[in-house]
Design a protein around this ligand. Sequence first.
Ligand SMILES: Cc1cc2nc3c(=O)[nH]c(=O)nc-3n(C[C@H](O)[C@H](O)[C@H](O)COP(=O)(O)O)c2cc1C
Length: 348
Amino acid sequence: MFSILRPYIFSLDPEVAHDLAIKSLKANFLPKSFFSVENEEMLETSLLGKTISNPIGLAAGFDKSAEVYNSLFKFGFGFIEVGTVTPKQQLGNPKPRIFRLEKDQALINRLGFNNHGSETVSKRISNNFPDGFLGINIGPNKDTKNKVDDYYICLSRLAAYAGYITINISSPNTEGLRNFHDQEEMKKLLSGINKVIKEKKINCPIALKISPDINENEISRIVDLVSSHKIQGIVVSNTTDSNRDNLSDIKKHETGGLSGQPLKDISTNLIKKFYKETKGKIKIIGVGGVDSGKSAFEKIIAGADAIQLYTGMVYKGPGIVKEIKKELISILKKENLKNISEAVGINA
Ligand SMILES: Cc1cc2nc3c(=O)[nH]c(=O)nc-3n(C[C@H](O)[C@H](O)[C@H](O)COP(=O)(O)O)c2cc1C
């Protein structure tokens, strides 16, 4: 179905196509069984304290305002991350702000956290119980005077509705956001998060989403801070603002974060390095260029407990989840593994 529609979808501006997808998903009447696979129990795993049917998640940025997550669960995702949600609603950067780099199987986006805001999102989720494990990714408003406070506001307001919360410090499209990778800034942020958790008696696992553009020598320091502040997960990684030189598409010079194929190996290598430091004690969610069972497996054997994707679904359609599951199951059989969790980190 998607391959028939794809030429039409790709003739549209990428953001128009995305808005159309959100509208259509509001009326997704396909039964969940349509996307189920045989032997899925081989993919059952645990993530951030929850058992999930499979380790394939939808990455943040697709359902930014939590409008269609239950329709998306029907495609067979094991978990979904909505957001990035900011305290107040905001429009984001001027359009055009998403670019398809078809020759490179990639996207560049500079959306800038367009979303409906934390109050609307909290109401939406409280009125529409999630049919699966739902993460909420949070970040600051562009015009805020104090970014740290914005994380605390979102955490306080949204934790009650979230299976887990992701602290997003890695979007390249919000000025100064990536400064939270600096030691002192990160320490301040994570201590504050801990304080809010204690004061508000929040009982929800927290993950931190990392940039792929960090220096290798920052990894052990990040892992130390994450462990000492009881952050349970690391999402590796967001989009990159480098790696443009070898791309073929003329749109490669657009400002923004690059996702898809050119990010695949960068994020897999980073997962490996994080896994060596965390030694399996902190859950790793691997993201970047996953568009097949093979590329999902590469991230899992590098140390990811679960994976997420976004750009792969833009190029291959929602059937990609079922395809990845089928391919993963056949890889597990070939490798004589009974369950996907046995593969985590075996190549790290
Ligand atoms: C159009 C678009 C919007 C995105 N918006 C967000 C966002 O709001 N918050 C976030 O943490 N990541 C966002 N991302 C990054 C993705 O969650 C993911 O980390 C990245 O795209 C790499 O995965 P992929 O190669 O499978 O797309 C966005 C990505 C794209 C393509």
